[in-house]
Ligand binder design. Sequence first.
Ligand SMILES: [Zn+2]
Length: 189
Amino acid sequence: MKHKLVMPGDQLSTSEELLPGDGTFEENGIIRATRIGTYVVNEKHRTAEVKPASSTPVLLKKDDVVIAKVTNAKPTMIIVDVVHVTGKNRSISGDTDATIHVKEIAQGFIKDASTEYKAEDYIRAKVIQVKPSVQLETRERNFGAIKALCSKCRHPLIKKSNGLECENCGNKEHRRIADDYGNLDIEHL
Ligand SMILES: [Zn+2]
């Protein structure tokens, strides 16, 4: 069985099947993740748990591949919070604020960065600068949004042949997505 990467808010199980354990909460009978990590079922206690990154801090370095959550989308830049460094199962020390300039989003010309990523999206990106501020890029195919929510009803957007579509209300939205959008394995963290 592959361990699936889960994000805060992801549905893990139901309160009929399991109890909410460490790193989860229960709401209306659904158990959801409170943090990014690996979903595991504790068979002994019948609890759903999300294993966090360990507590050893890691400093961001140039060329690190990171997972970041978008906090603000502006025409000229995307502001994000770096939540994870790929291949380093550790928390991040120091400043986790970072930006992606509109020119660093894709290979082609992007006029307005806020059409490509929206607040609350999770994206995979590469660190291109750490000082004086952390800057990221998403120009390669495996970079871009890896999870995004419908702007109308906040349900997950599912990848379709012609773009992203809300599984709940059918709303269609655009993002610059990573080539494995919606199909993440923990190995690719
Ligand atoms: Zn929707």
